[in-house]
Structure formats: structure tokens, C-alpha cells
Design a protein around this ligand. Structure first.
Ligand SMILES: Cc1cc2nc3c(=O)[nH]c(=O)nc-3n(C[C@H](O)[C@H](O)[C@H](O)COP(=O)(O)O)c2cc1C
Length: 220
């Protein structure tokens, strides 16, 4: 599965099989997380076999079943780009997980922050988690805003790579599917900005990663 196939196949999955992640994949995930931590300065961690984090009223309300593995997104709480950086690198891990045959769901609200087993150092903060495992299903497609609501470039003025990026941006997960971002083209460069909304900076990082992965072009 290439990265665009992973973008198309990925949907949030909240119900998981009672099956541990294969050892080989655990090794690959840990290596990827380590690489992302080195590049970003984040302190992301793969936590296995810890169902307690999803054993809360909120998690059941959020319809989580059998969730026992997650990636904790942790970083320096004084960094001004912490949320965006977690979104960007978290989505890289989400898409690579999809390519490995695993399913995921971003979770900022419906889990138990207090029961999260991640190591959170002094001066660090837990931003959110991503549940991961073998889904009971592959999830399902959801509604998306029309392109014109998130992009102010006319179709006739869009280079092909920008169209690819826009398509991927519309398929990116955002909190409560809010899709509160705006895409534009300035001097031949894609620019993505976040509108004011809860968790919008995490969404922004996610959308930027998806845009870049599909278009092959860096965005600002
Ligand atoms: C930053 C962020 C936080 C999220 N928090 C939760 C959550 O607390 N509980 C939940 O069930 N889903 C959560 N989601 C999943 C979104 O509801 C989901 O990504 C969105 O509805 C789009 O659906 P899709 O991922 O299938 O494309 C979150 C997603 C993002 C990006």
C-alpha cells in the first residue's frame, strides 16, 4: 500500500480485535517513533496492553471497544508549536500504521488522561493519544466539506500537485470532523492556516502532513 492508498483507506476505528500487535510490527512502530522523536524533539511513546486508558465513562461514551494500545503524544509544554508538531508527526505514524495493516483513531477527549501510562517528564505535557490495533472493521467513509469551503484557489489556477494535496487534506482526520482550516497558494507555495477552534492546531499539523505526503510539496 503506498501513501495515497493509505490516505484513502484510513478511517477512524474505535472497536478493536482482542489480538496483540505482531512483534515485528511493534519493532517497526518503535523504530518509526524513535526517528520521529529525533526529528521533532517530541517524546512520543507506544504503550501496549493498557486497556485502563480507555476504561472510562468517556471512552465508552466515545464507543471505544477493545482499545488497549496507543501512542501517547508528549512534548515540551512550553513549545509554542507543540500541538501542530504532534499533529504532523502523529499523522505520519497513523499513515505508516495503516500501511502495516493496523487501524487507528486520534483521541483528545474520550479517554482517561489520568490513567495514561506514558512517561511524562517535568516540563512535559500529554497532548493526546492515538489508539492503535487490529480493527474489527476498517471504519467507514464520512462526510467532508466541499473543497471551496477550505480552499480559496480557483480550480483552474491549481497545479496538479496542489489538487492532489487538497484531496488528501479533505480526507485528513480533524477533531469532531470540524475541518477548520484554509488552504491557499502564495507565490507557487501551498499555505495552510488554522481557523480558531478547539484542537485546531493539532488538526493543522495533521492536514499539513497529509497535504505534503500526497502532493510531494512542502507547505507553509
Ligand atoms: C485532534 C483530534 C482529536 C480527536 N478526538 C477524538 C475523541 O476524543 N474521541 C473520538 O471518538 N474521536 C476523536 N477524534 C476522531 C475524529 O472524530 C475523526 O477523525 C473525524 O470524525 C473524521 O473521521 P475519520 O477519522 O474517519 O476521517 C479526534 C480526531 C482528531 C484529529
Amino acid at each position: 500500500m503506498d501513501i495515497k492508498e493509505a490516505i484513502n483507506a484510513r478511517h477512524s476505528v474505535r472497536q478493536y480485535q482482542d489480538r496483540p500487535i505482531d512483534n515485528e510490527l511493534v519493532g517497526k512502530l518503535n523504530a518509526l517513533i524513535e526517528e520521529c522523536n529525533q526529528q521533532s524533539g517530541l517524546h512520543m511513546q507506544l504503550i501496549l496492553d493498557d486497556p485502563d486508558c480507555f476504561n472510562s465513562f468517556l471512552a465508552h461514551y466515545g464507543k471505544f471497544v477493545g482499545a488497549s494500545n496507543y501512542i501517547a503524544l508528549v512534548g515540551d509544554k512550553d513549545r509554542s508549536d507543540l500541538d501542530e508538531c504532534c499533529g504532523y508527526y502523529g499523522q505520519r505514524i497513523v499513515l505508516e500504521s495503516q500501511r502495516m495493516g493496523l487501524n487507528t483513531c486520534w483521541v483528545a477527549g474520550t479517554y482517561s488522561k489520568g490513567k495514561c501510562a506514558a512517561e511524562i517528564g517535568a516540563g512535559e505535557k500529554l497532548v493526546c493519544v492515538i489508539s492503535i490495533g487490529y480493527g474489527q472493521t476498517q471504519g467507514s467513509e464520512r462526510k467532508s466539506k466541499p473543497a471551496a469551503k477550505v480552499c480559496n484557489v480557483k480550480e483552474a489556477d491549481m497545479p496538479d500537485w496542489f489538487k492532489e494535496g487538497l484531496d488528501a487534506a479533505l480526507k485528513a482526520p480533524t477533531a469532531i470532523n470540524q475541518q477548520k482550516f484554509m488552504l491557499s497558494l502564495e507565490d507557487g507555495e501551498a499555505v495552510i492556516t488554522a481557523k480558531r477552534a478547539p484542537l485546531a492546531k493539532i488538526d493543522l499539523g495533521i492536514v499539513k502532513y497529509q497535504f505534503e505526503a500526497a502532493s510531494g510539496h512542502k507547505c507553509r
